[in-house]
Design a protein around this ligand. Sequence first.
Ligand code: NOJ
Length: 507
Amino acid sequence: MSAPWWQSAVVYQIYPRSFADADHDGVGDLQGIRARLDHLAWLGVDAIWLSPFYRSPMADFGYDVSDYCDVDPLFGTLADFDALVADAHERDIKVIVDWVPNHTSDQHPWFQDARSSRQAEKRDWYVWREPTADGAPPNNWIQTWTEDGPTWTLDPATDQWYLHLFLPEQPDLNWRNPEVVAAMHDVLRFWLDRGVDGFRMDVLHALGKDPDLVDDDPAMLPIPHSALNHHESTYEIVRGLRSVLEEYDGDRMMVGEVFLLDTALVASYYDGGQGLHLAFNFPPLFTPWDAGLWRYRIDEVVREIEPQGWPSWVLSNHDQPRHRTRYGSEARARAAAVLLLGLRGTPFLYAGEELGLEDAAVPEDRIVDPGGRDGCRAPIPWDAAADHGWGVEDPWLPWPPDATTRNVASLVADEGSIVHLYRELLAERKGSPALQVGEQVLLDAPDGVLAWDRTDGHDARRVLVNFTDDAVPVADLADGWIVAVTSDGRPLVDQLGPDQAVVLRRA
Ligand code: NOJ
């Protein structure tokens, strides 16, 4: 098997604020992650992706960076980061860091300089427009997380508008300026030199903008511009990023967040092998628990992504309600794990999904996120004690539901729990080139069931997923096969149970 590591890997996303807290201040940190690496090795993940831990005023909890090359004191130090990378690598776990290229914090020295005068050295590092006669913003673009707020703020000091697809505290960089490109390439090199294995690149599709900043089609509003921006200049930007990664040996990887809900467009950012190694494709994440709808999404990935590059699959992250919450039951969450880890492509897990966590119910007076995403960011409960391993009983967000029983220690002690299902699935993948990188053929199956084969040479696995609440006969599909992993511990006797999924090996 000669595929690059990021094709066979299972990647595990860590939201550092919420993962583990070594200094007991109620906010997770790098030493906390480091202390839990053995658990991740036990689980069997191949790589971790760390959401931002850089210096930040935290208007968007780290996606507003004020220094790309330092660790925020809340999370630790650069020495802590180096120690984390060393310890992860010792366990054969790769480290991917988040890189936030579309915007900086308004507190970043670059923006502080840029806004100081129209003649400032870095004025053109951001996107400025003259005020209009009627006082209206320069175009009709809608700011993320608002119904109708503009992506523009009029800066009184110099009487011009600046662009921000997200919060006013997140001004957009001007990627047409070669100095910005060079500075951001150096940020990549800073982390590559420290040994990171790759980057998750935030809102990558937003970097290249229409030079005339033309209005969005009014029929698309109120979709925020951050979910609509698509301009051909981005391809060249991405090729430039790839060439920086290629200055280094060892298969450094970039996975782009392409938040465009159009799989053909997502595929275009692979750019025939010159662009992204992987792109997040979100339509499946928004797909309900329904066999027909999922079949459509899988076919779409095969049709659009496969000719361009290697697919990726994700069900949960720090921006959306967890799939356990969306799908409504643990049985479905378990079957979804088989789906996610059985499809051809690189799976991305979001910390806590292996525990079957639901979103926390966040009371109004505890809401902190401008985008309303607190529920899926609840802290990971590590054990059954009142502080759940955090040293404080009341961390920055409330605990997820049932933390007294649904926590790492309790579930690890219970061999029938969902965390053991994830561990088995990861082990099964690791032992099977077919599951990791093999071909995929969708099979005819009864209504409500999806079935497919994965094959690599003599190695083969068959995956069956029942999306219905009823038992479904599958004797024909299971003939000649034995169960390798079952989502709910039940054997497979001629029929799949309600919301049951299995991975089969040849008998
Ligand atoms: C996408 C990130 O996943 C999200 O958390 C963030 O708020 C926006 N990009 C802006 O950086």
